[in-house]
Write a protein that binds this ligand. Structure first.
Ligand code: F6P
Length: 428
């Protein structure tokens, strides 16, 4: 080693040791919670925020079961120097749909319980990983009680407004990209694709139900899985549209090479009920959660039964349900959560609270970097339906603009086909 290099090395080492001693936020505590439905990218978000916050000198706590972990005596674990498996799906901090502002009986004092625990555990900053409900509540606590909060997006439904711009054919479409959606879209694309073999073998119509609540973003991933028709909550299935739909289904089925068809249906589709003469949604239960959300489930069965009745074709239904939320974090989600965690560092350094990092533009994997992030005010997040630019109402299909959006996030699978026409044997 030359002398110059040695001196440089010694200096940089000294600086590093000094830096370690004088960490910017040493003595401070940052706590992370995850609320609402889990996604495959939450552990990745927790790990990446934890790693960066530790580097800044924070002690990092995990609050278990969302807001519930700040009620009563609190349910809090220390994440600071613990191993963490960010690629493992779900959330190791557990989740709940606890609403700090719930109107349920005996829940009036939740905010004061939260405030007491914030003080007892000496939490200086709170990072809330969630959708509109979790982050909306966090923002309210920030404004009302002064808790410094930073939001972190997550949802497989992809309906949390991130103001992410999709540049397509000279147009700027206001799209959305939330951590969790890329992994879920990948899983659902594969799920739909797998169903082709059984559907083909029975010359059937398969109606596949997708999670996503009131938005059709996730249902769109069926496009790369081979679904030719899709129904989304944004376009209501009125009596007239239903008639047109049945005709379209029959025609598409008869035109298909294998006499089979996959139809993707969002769980939140509004479907005209011939008996009640109303547009209705199908629920799995009459219960609602603390944020007033009902539990969807079963529309695919209703649609399949009516297709069979109206067209005489053999139709079956398959609810994909929690499959969309299951499994490991995808590569895209890993890098997305990393870029957003870098933006959290920026917010921490600036001490800017009440904000949530988002991806600025719809980009491919390699451009998922901090320079491509920005922030939105947590009070103004709200939900974003699927833009009409992505769906063609006449053909009941996600269009090329959506295919372009999706191709940034997941790779279109190479679909294997078995299209041989065996020669027919005629008895002599
Ligand atoms: O919001 C995410 C989501 O998975 C929705 O798509 C679905 O309707 C809902 O959560 C199901 O929630 P739960 O886990 O409470 O059944």
């Amino acid at each position: 080693m030359s002398w110059i290099l040695f001196i440089k090395f010694a200096n940089s080492k000294k600086t590093y040791i000094q830096m370690r001693k004088e960490k910017l936020f040493s003595g401070k505590t940052l706590a992370i919670l995850s609320g609402g439905g889990d996604t495959p990218a939450i552990n990745s978000s927790i790990e990446q925020v934890r790693n960066r916050a530790s580097m800044l000198g924070y002690k990092v706590y995990g609050i278990r079961k969302g807001w519930k972990g700040l009620l009563g005596d609190g349910d809090i674990v220390d994440l600071t120097h613990q191993p963490y498996k960010g690629l493992y799906g779900g959330t190791a901090l557990l989740s709940s749909r606890t609403n700090p502002f719930s109107k349920e009986p005996n829940s009036e004092d939740r905010v004061s319980q939260i405030m007491q625990n914030i003080e007892r555990y000496k939490i200086d900053v709170l990072v809330t990983i969630g959708g509109d409900d979790t982050n909306g509540a966090a923002k309210r606590l920030y404004e009302q009680e002064g808790i410094p909060v930073i939001g972190f997006p997550k949802t497989i439904d992809n309906d949390l407004r991130t103001q992410t711009i999709h540049h397509y054919n000279g147009k700027e479409i206001e799209a959305v990209i939330n951590p969790g959606f890329p992994s879920a879209a990948l899983g659902m694309m594969e799920f739909t694709n797998r169903l082709r073999t059984t559907t083909e073998s029975h010359s059937r119509i398969m109606v596949v139900e997708f999670m996503g609540r009131d938005a059709g973003w996730l249902t769109g991933s069926s496009l790369f899985g081979g679904a030719e028709i899709a129904l989304i909550p944004e376009v209501h299935m009125t009596r007239e549209r239903k008639e047109f739909f049945f005709e379209h289904v029959k025609e598409t089925y008869l035109r298909s090479r294998k006499k089979s068809l996959i139809i993707a249906v969002s769980e939140g589709v509004r479907w005209y009920n011939d008996k009640t003469e109303h547009l209705e949604m199908v629920y799995a239960s009459s219960e609602v959660d603390e944020f007033g959300h009902p539990q969807f489930g079963g529309i695919s069965g209703v649609v399949a039964a009516e297709i069979s009745r109206k067209t005489g074709l053999d139709a079956r239904s398959q609810i994909s349900g929690y499959y969309a939320r299951s499994g490991d974090c995808s590569e895209y989600d890993r890098k997305l959560t990393s870029a957003l965690a870098d933006k959290v560092v920026d917010l921490l350094l600036r001490e800017e609270y009440g904000k949530m990092p988002v991806i600025k533009n719809v980009v491919k994997y390699k451009e998922l970097e901090e320079y491509n992030t920005s922030c939105v005010d947590m009070g103004a997040i709200g939900n974003r339906d699927l833009p009409s630019d992505y769906y063609d109402e006449n053909s009941f299909r996600f269009n090329d603009a959506y295919a372009d959006f999706l191709s940034n996030i997941v790779e279109k699978p190479i679909v294997s086909r078995f299209d041989i026409d065996f020669p027919i044997v005629i008895p002599k």
